[in-house]
Every structure is written in C-alpha cells, then in structure tokens.
Ligand binder design. Structure first.
Ligand code: AMP
Length: 270
C-alpha cells in the first residue's frame, strides 16, 4: 500500500483503469466490500481517508469521530487497495473554498436536519474526483440520500465518472454497519437492529399493498416504545427522494432515529 499525503504525491498512471473509494476511515466490512469491488473491476484502486470537516453540521461529532489510521491502512492493504490518499485538512481546503450546492435530492431528510451536510459532501467528493480522476467511484447505499445527491451532481455538472452503488453490509442481527455504531452502549446496541426490522415491516406492507400510513405509524410506535426518538421514517421515490405512495417507480423506505446520543440512519428497497 502506497500512502499519499498530498495531491502531488498521488502521481497516478492514467493509462490504467482507476477505481476510487472515498471514505472517512474507521473501516468496517461495508468499506471493505467497496474496496474489493473496486479491485475486481479496475487496474488500480485508490481509497481516500479524509474526515471532512465541512460535512459535519454544527454540534456534530467531528472532533470525536473515530480515527485509527494505522488499523485502516492495514485493512485497506489486506483487500488490495493500491494507493491510500490521506491528506490533511489544509491540503484539501487551503483557503475558504468554492462550494457545490446540491439541490433536488439534497433538500429533504438529512439535508433539512444537517444544515450544510450535503454541500460539504458534494464539494469534497467533486474535489476528490478532480484530484484522483477515477474511471469508477464506489459508494454504499447505507447512505442512500448521499448516493442520490452524488448521482444528481454527476449528471447536473457533467462529471466524467461512472458511479457504482453497493448494498448495505449488515451485522448478523440486521444493524447496518457504521463507524458510528461504536458510540452505542451495550444496551443500545441490543435494541438498535429494531430500526432495520421496522424498515422491513414498512417495505413488506408496501409490497402487500397495505396502507403505508398505517405501517409507518405502527413502526414509529414500536420504535418509540423501545426507546428510540424518531427523526424521520418515510417511503420515498428512489431518485427524487420525495415521499411517494406509488410503486411503479423504484421506492425506498428511509429512516433516521436517535438512540441515546447516537443517530442511526438506514434504508431499504421497497
Ligand atoms: P464513510 O467512511 O462513513 O463516509 O463511508 C464511506 C463509504 O462507505 C460511503 O460510500 C458509505 O456509504 C459506505 N458505507 C458505510 N457504511 C456502509 C455499509 N454498512 N455498507 C455499505 N457501504 C457502507
């Protein structure tokens, strides 16, 4: 594994097919699946490890976000990542920067609750695309709205990159893997998979043609009874992220909940 701390050190060979996996580190199987997929379909795999300050809203966990570079480098090497781009904040943001303001898919849900989040994501991802110039970039559907925002950014700004989105990797009990799961207490960890089960229950109801409103209300009740605070739980059009009750087009159940001080997000195809 070659580690590049600066853009100059990257020095990639553009005669090769480059697969790219942007991350914020604290690797788990969800990250490694993206890297293995990139390895299988490209000549060179570049991953980035950058805890991007601009995508954390005020009061969020930028300072306490889990960081363990040497462990991450070992894991990345074990799945065949060739180059790890791990820049400091000044390398990416040498000055108060120009930004990308995503609209459409970025407006609701996470966009409403985390002001500036998708602007930070879109800006850093576009910068990383221009720095790495990958043929294909790999993202996880765990962050479903992020995928929709990036798909729209690439289309709207005519960015010459191919995007691949991979399904969410889960723990055995259904909890979506996340770097933030380490924040859960032992008790919270035990009830956390209920979010996934309730997304399944709403998805099942939608597929059966039952009332979505009722399914959402029952799921919210059960989550609240188990100690969750609901941020949102909805069935949305998979592209526009607008709430939908029609399933002729692809739809997704999306949810965000608080368990104590930890915010969990997850989603499932309907
Ligand atoms: P992060 O380091 O959390 O910014 O995530 C880096 C990439 O890994 C993003 O494309 C995420 O969507 C993806 N990712 C995070 N968790 C999972 C998961 N459980 N399954 C699949 N992909 C994931």
């Amino acid at each position: 594994l070659r580690i590049a701390r600066t853009i100059a050190e990257l020095a990639l060979d553009y005669s090769q097919r480059i697969g790219f996996v942007p991350t914020m580190g604290a690797f788990h199987e969800g990250h490694l699946v993206l890297m293995r997929e990139a390895k299988a379909h490209n000549d060179v795999v570049v991953a980035s490890l950058f805890v991007n300050p601009t995508q954390f809203a005020g009061g969020e966990d930028f300072d306490t976000y889990p960081r363990d570079e040497s462990r991450d480098f070992g894991l990345a090497e074990s799945v065949g990542v060739d180059v790890m781009f791990a820049p400091g904040v000044d390398e990416i943001y040498p000055r108060n920067t120009t930004t990308v303001v995503p609209r459409g898919a970025a407006i609701k849900w996470e966009g409403e609750r985390r002001p500036g989040h998708f602007e930070g994501v879109a800006t850093v991802v576009l910068k990383l695309f221009n720095i790495v110039r990958p043929n294909t970039a790999y993202f996880g559907l765990k962050d479903f709205q992020q995928c929709a925002v990036l798909r729209q950014m690439v289309a709207d700004l005519n960015i010459p990159v191919h995007l691949e989105f991979l399904e969410t990797v889960r723990e055995a009990d259904g909890l979506a893997m996340s770097s933030r799961n380490v924040y859960l207490s032992a008790e919270e960890r035990k009830v956390a998979p209920l979010l996934y089960r309730e997304l399944e229950s709403v998805g099942d109801a939608a597929r059966r043609g039952d009332s979505i409103e009722e399914a959402l209300a029952f799921s919210c009740e059960r989550l609240v009874a188990a100690g969750f605070r609901i941020d949102y739980l909805e069935v949305v059009d998979a592209n526009s992220l607008e709430p939908t009750r029609r399933f002729s087009a692809p739809a997704r159940v999306v949810g965000a909940v608080w368990l104590g001080r930890t915010r969990l997000i997850d989603n499932l195809a309907v």
